[in-house]
Design a protein around this ligand. Structure first.
Ligand SMILES: [Zn+2]
Length: 167
């Protein structure tokens, strides 16, 4: 934006310098040439100022975006503090409420991939997923990033996983 403003200023100054010397011009051809120069410099100055205005508008837009991102990050930091990483099956992990931080919400599992990138996305029961170690599996899917987590089909967010639980 500074470059456009400088160019606009220089064109305006050059046009002004020509007008100061216009009295000294002898012929009509010299006056006409000076007028054409002034018109050209005025158009250049206008063009530079319009570019500066466009840059200014773009910068204001970017500042607004960044302000909104700061608000989102502050909100996310508060939200993030309510959760902790938990093992939800023998080889499955998810973020869950810390005890006492439920704020009236039902128990749920959050996608670790989304959580670690600053987004809250609940894993939803998706489809039966065959069996592992003799136990039928249920796949839970993140609708945001499509990650899939397989757990024993009877496992639920409201029933804490304990490692000695029979599969
Ligand atoms: Zn996800």
């Amino acid at each position: 934006m500074l470059a456009e403003l400088t160019a606009g200023y220089q064109a305006t100054k050059a046009a002004l310098d020509i007008t100061k010397g216009i009295q000294a011009l002898k012929t009509e051809a010299e006056v006409n040439a000076a007028i054409i120069d002034i018109q050209r410099l005025t158009i250049e100055a206008q063009h530079s100022l319009m570019q500066a205005q466009a840059s200014h508008t773009a910068l204001i837009g970017r500042i607004t975006e960044l302000e909104q991102e700061i608000v989102r990050l502050k909100d996310w930091e508060t939200e993030r503090q309510r959760y902790q990483l938990r093992q939800i099956d023998s080889s499955a992990f998810a973020y869950m409420h810390k005890p006492g931080m439920e704020n009236g919400e039902p128990a749920h599992w959050l996608c670790t991939q989304c959580f670690d990138s600053g987004h809250r996305s609940i894993l939803q029961p998706y489809e039966a997923g065959g069996s592992q170690r003799g136990g039928a599996q249920m796949r839970h899917r993140c609708n945001r990033c499509s990650a899939v987590v397989s757990v024993f089909y009877r496992r639920r967010p409201e029933r804490p996983y304990v490692t000695d639980e029979p599969a």
